[in-house]
Design a protein around this ligand. Sequence first.
Ligand code: HEM
Length: 373
Amino acid sequence: RRTPVARQEDGSYVVSTYRELTDLLHDPHLSSDVRNLSRPMPQGQGDATPAFINMDPPEHDRLRRMAMRHFGPPHTPGLVTGVEPALTSAVGSLIDDFAGKEQIDIVDDFAYPFPVSVICHLLGVPREDEPRFRVWVNDLINSIDYDPKTDPKEKLEKGVQARKDLRQYLGGLLEQRHDRPGDDLLSRMANDDGPDGRMADDDIVSTANLLLIAGHETTVNLITNGMLTLLRHPDVLQRLRDEPGLVVPLVEELLRYEPPVHIIPWRAAYSDITVADTVIPKGSQIMLMLASGSRDQNRFHDPDRFDPDRRDNQHLGFGSGIHLCFGGPLARREAQIALGELVRRLDRPRLVADPPPYRRSPVLRGPIHLHVE
Ligand code: HEM
């Protein structure tokens, strides 16, 4: 509230208010290219072949367009439009498996396996290979956590190995799709001579990698934060049972109130930038505290209240500007179906521990387990 723009001891800047964040997210003088950062990215995150989330225009725009052509809404019908039955059936069978269990873990038994199966389905990864994907994604995400109980060196090594294995696997799959294309994202990207020309194989692998990483843990956290918030607000949970359509504004409010992505840590200033009377010098690293912006009292009335009836809910849960989340429409639908079905099918669910244990991540926020009986 008092310091919308704060300089940290290491010379980087933290920005935390809605207006300043949206201005910066739309400012062409801000770079997403991690090579411009004053501090190196944690090892295992900075990729040798970066994906478009870590690029600036015009390269970012070209690659995003090429992938978006096939992925889907809001710009094109694409693959995501046809995925709805697969989402409903994946959710249904995961909930069927709760039968006979006295206690379930919303993370391990539900929120974790669900998005990875969806993205594997879209990419065209054979079902039998999904468990390998889960291990790689897990090792990658863990490698950037702060957990003091685990050895950081071992975690980093595992992350670097997982990144290599994943790239190698996707490269092999891509080769097969060049020869025998199917109706999946890899095949479509590999065999498209659209207005922007052909995508290089390295770029296709980086894009597939990005979709998997950007779209997995975030969605896990949205579903888990959603269930936790509902269990803490029994009146809203009951309303959702009676009024299933409420799930649409409810997921929007979750993205504002309990967003999975708290901070975007990778922006660098291409030139001096003035924000809220502070000059951020050229070359500085800027961290954008999206979660704080979405609770800014100058933008949202009573911001610390969870209110699914909130109007004009322009939260920053998916960022804003040219890097606005590419998978937003998919993530929304996944969370709507998941939460709608959990509430419909669980009989008087009760939290076992509140608060649950949380992931110690600098960027993502969500419980590592959420036991419900
Ligand atoms: C970008 C959040 C799900 C793919 C972003 C950004 C945020 C975000 C905040 C902006 C990053 C930046 O400006 O640097 C979320 C949340 C999700 C979610 C909260 C779930 C609840 C997904 C899914 C996919 C996806 C399901 C794809 C399958 C991407 C990609 C970008 C991105 C490719 C980079 C876009 C670009 O650089 O142009 N996401 N995301 N996300 N997201 Fe998501």
